[in-house]
Design a protein around this ligand. Structure first.
Ligand SMILES: Nc1ncnc2c1ncn2[C@@H]1O[C@H](COP(=O)(O)OP(=O)(O)OP(=O)(O)O)[C@@H](O)[C@H]1O
Length: 264
């Protein structure tokens, strides 16, 4: 890799109509194999940044450089969304095979590859179930397996566990840690959950509220391999505290603005 970066965000700014600056002059790099979380209060521009990196928003200032050359929107970025994205009419196996069909992978290879990723996310035994027969956490794991099976250079996830209850979320975090350990998949996670960010990440990018700028990058110096048990460690608590003190200011600014708007 020529630049030693999987992804570079360079001075990215996004203005919407009505004078809204959703993201202002954001810059950071992601190294190959790194797990980065982008955290910020509601409305700070996280999803906008996700859409820019994922190639869904094309009109912005600055640059997003992939692997020193590729353009976002190439199929080298795999996305997992907050909303359910499994196809209800397809079984788990058929869901995971879908992108492999689209690139014309031979059937035998496609099944083997899909089965491998289904095992990786812990859904073996559920290959022939439809999404309606699975829990929300299992459906999100199906979506993650489907994205990983495609072998993206970068996995981009926008609050994939936001709709799940706290315990499921923690257990899924363990699964993500295991997958990360095995695949060394470069991952960018957008979240507003501090414990999730600390549990999973190598570095946490904290964003400020409107306009969304980079407030601080916090290296998470917790040893790997990790599991959710690390949450009871003293260092974990310190890191959560550090991020919260950064976020608190931003979140309360966001809340005040929202309340002011409601009142007027
Ligand atoms: N298409 C759009 N047109 C105009 N304004 C927009 C558009 N999309 C987002 N915004 C505004 O840009 C700002 C950032 O929104 P964004 O959805 O990126 O924030 P977020 O951090 O993802 O929020 P949340 O955590 O609530 O999902 C918000 O003020 C939002 O109202």
């Amino acid at each position: 890799m020529s630049h030693g970066h999987a992804l570079q965000i360079k001075n990215v700014t996004k203005r919407f109509g009505g004078g809204i600056v959703a993201v202002r002059d954001m810059s950071f790099d992601v190294k190959p194999g790194e797990f980065i979380s982008v955290i910020g209060p509601s409305g700070c521009g996280k999803s906008t940044l996700f859409n820019i990196i994922g190639g869904f928003i094309k009109d912005y200032d600055g640059e997003v450089v992939l692997d020193g050359q590729g353009k976002p929107g190439d199929r080298t970025i795999g996305t997992v969304f907050q909303e359910e994205s499994t196809f209800p009419w397809r079984t788990t196996l058929q869901n995971v095979m879908f992108p492999l069909e689209a690139i014309g992978m031979p059937k035998k290879e496609r099944i083997e590859r899909a089965e491998h990723f289904i095992r990786l996310v812990g859904l073996e035994g559920f290959e022939n179930n439809y999404p309606s027969e699975l829990s929300g956490g299992m459906r999100q794991r199906t979506a993650i397996a489907r994205t990983l099976a495609f072998d993206p250079k970068i996995l981009l996830m926008d609050e994939p566990f936001a709709a799940l209850d706290e315990q499921t979320r923690l257990l899924l975090g363990d699964k993500v840690l295991q997958i990360q350990q095995e695949l060394e998949q470069t991952t960018l996670l957008i979240t507003h959950n501090i414990t999730e960010a600390v549990q999973l990440s190598d570095r946490v990018v904290v964003m400020s509220y409107r306009p969304g700028t980079l407030k601080r990058i916090i290296p998470i110096d917790l040893p790997r391999p990790r599991s959710s048990e690390i949450m009871s460690s003293e260092r974990f608590g310190q890191l959560v505290g550090m991020i919260w003190s950064d976020l608190r200011e931003e979140a309360s600014r966001g809340m005040q603005e929202t309340e002011r708007k409601r009142a007027s």
